[in-house]
Design a protein around this ligand. Structure first.
Ligand code: PA5
Length: 420
């Protein structure tokens, strides 16, 4: 379902280098499959497409149905791993006629709050608050503000019926409040970390409310669990070989703007899994052809030896095509009768060739078409790739010890003396 094209990598990564790193890749795969590597207590995502709680899955669908019939908007509150995946998939597969997911609590911006309130307008709405710890400042503040608004609109009893809390099954402030108030509750499994959690209730509830086919997502992820290892190992091997040669920035290049949020999810997954102990590849992203008119010069003519590209290539986005008039007065007659999507495909072929031939290692992840199964497959493939790649880099893929630093500084400024 997903294929890695390495044509333009061959001049940067030799067969011998691949053969040399392969035993290490097999070892990393073995660590994941047998739970013998660092952070193995957070390997729940590995079997999740098969082992997920079917009863909770059915509850998610029922809750989504209730949200869709009662609310034009779902205020979806969360940050990092408790937000990026849902937003990415909504942007790719969300149904414009379903409940609109508006994401808040992912920053501390008053403008963003105001914009969400304005966008909501007079429509009926509900809240999905998503936080594993239940104590993260950004979502807690957003929940505080939007819950008050919900109570203003629907009264205390009415608001309770419109709040869905996705959090730890046993502990945490959010868990305790939700239990006490009687909000509908959904679980973030203990053994799945934030950035690996999009296929749990974290992502599935807002996605189902937004009209995404969550059965399709899970079925694609299940397929990936069976089949993606060879491609994931190859992708992770190439990244590590390039990294050892000094290539320290990877840019995910995509030709469909609706992959913008998916590239943010990917950035967190790879960046937070690898970037520790002074190691890691910086995950960057670019939207083409747009950025070819801004960063294209830098890529083609800037320094060599730092940047490599991973192209995301989608075989088919939509069924309906836009046929080009090909007006002669605009000098476009040679394109008459062609469709826009085919020109975008040619732009992809031309760009990977131009960059690849000119000293920028470039590989491509080919997804046959945009659909829920394909995206479920892609998500699992990337989770497996991130874990493999981090193990080969010698770091724990599942922790993020250094994100606490800014939180402590902030806590000390907000409540002097309390940040430890
Ligand atoms: O990947 C992670 O672990 C982080 O991005 C967290 O998901 C993020 O900080 C939000 O945490 P929480 O769900 O506890 O509010």
């Amino acid at each position: 379902m997903l294929k890695l094209n390495t044509t333009y990598i061959k001049s940067f990564v030799s067969d011998d280098e691949m053969a040399n790193i392969w035993p290490r890749m097999e070892q990393a795969y073995d660590q994941i499959m047998h739970g013998t590597g660092k952070g193995s207590e957070l390997l729940g995502w590995r079997d999740w497409p098969e082992t997920y709680d079917k009863k909770e899955f059915a509850r998610i669908k029922r809750a989504a149905q209730k949200i869709r019939s009662s609310s034009g908007v779902l205020i979806t509150i969360g940050i990092g791993g408790s937000y990026l995946g849902a937003r990415a998939v909504v942007e790719l597969l969300g149904d414009y006629n379903a409940t609109e997911a508006l994401f808040v609590g992912k920053d501390l911006s008053e403008t963003a709050y105001r914009r969400a309130m304005r966008k909501m307008g007079d429509r009926d709405w509900s809240i999905n608050i998503i936080s594993k710890s239940g104590t993260t400042l950004e979502p807690s503040l957003a929940f505080d503000v939007f819950r008050e608004k919900l109570i203003e609109r629907y009264g205390r009893a009415g608001a309770k019926q419109r709040i869905y809390a996705t959090t730890d099954a046993e502990t945490g402030i959010l868990h305790d409040v939700a239990k006490r108030e009687g909000y509908a509750m959904f679980t973030i499994p203990d053994d799945i970390g934030g950035r690996y959690s999009v296929l749990t209730a974290v992502g599935l509830l807002p996605l189902a409310a937004a009209g995404v086919d969550i059965d399709g997502l899970m079925s694609g992820a299940r397929e990936a669990k069976k089949h993606c290892a060879p491609e994931a190992m190859t992708y992770a091997a190439i990244r590590n070989i390039l990294y050892k040669k000094g290539f320290s920035v990877e840019s995910l290049a995509y030709f469909e703007p609706s992959f913008g949020q998916m590239s943010k999810w990917w950035q967190q997954l790879l960046g937070e899994s690898e970037g520790k102990n002074q190691r890691g590849i910086l995950p960057d992203s670019m939207i083409f052809t747009t950025d070819l008119h801004s960063l294209g010069q830098f890529i083609q003519g800037g320094p060599r030896g730092q940047l490599f590209e991973t192209f995301l290539h989608i075989g088919q986005m939509l069924n309906e095509k836009i046929t080009l008039p090909g007006s002669a007065d605009l000098g476009l007659d040679y394109l008459a009768g062609k469709n826009l999507a085919s020109i975008n495909q040619i732009a992809y072929q031309a760009t990977i060739a131009a960059h690849g031939k000119d000293g920028v290692p470039a590989m491509s992840i080919n997804i046959p078409k945009l659909g829920s199964r394909e995206i479920g497959y892609f998500i699992y493939f990337m989770e497996m790739s991130a874990a493999l790649s981090a193990y080969v880099m010698g770091v724990n893929p599942f922790d993020q010890p250094d994100v606490e630093a800014y939180k402590k500084e902030m806590q000390n400024l907000l409540q002097p003396g309390t940040g430890k």
